[in-house]
Design a protein around this ligand. Sequence first.
Ligand code: FES
Ligand code: FES
Length: 160
Amino acid sequence: MPRYSFQLNGENVTVDVEEGVRLLWVLRDVLGVTGPKYGCGINVCKACTSHINGKAFNPCAVPVDAIKATDEVTTIEGLADTVPGDGLHPMQDAWLEQDVVQCGYCQPGQIMAAVDLVERVQGEGRAITDDDLDSIRNVCRCGTYSRIRDAVRTGEKLMR
Ligand code: FES
Ligand code: FES
């Protein structure tokens, strides 16, 4: 069976899986990293949103053979370690402050999308807008959208 290596949450990992297996199943079923959720498997619901080389992506849509050994994949499990200190990532603190979560299923993906959005906006040297918030396409069946928007704005302040 082919062997693939990449960086996952700061550690080098190697897996033996068939070519073409989507990364989400490698993360969840082979490596036991279940923060990225399975919702649709076709890059629509965004429940699996994680980061690759610091940018949001959807591992349900990426075959494992498209991942290079030097690629750095970060899931919600590793997000806090991307910032200094022993605590949570500021966006996770914002989520707690706004008490966003209902069932929780979509929330790892929501947070990973939010971090990517705020980093992009701050990289452009501007404040987040309603249009930016509208651009988050992650589905929440519990309808926590207004609290998500409040939390992203809170997170934006905490990430300054
Ligand atoms: S499970 Fe990846 S986008 Fe839906
Ligand atoms: S909190 Fe339940 S799906 Fe979003």
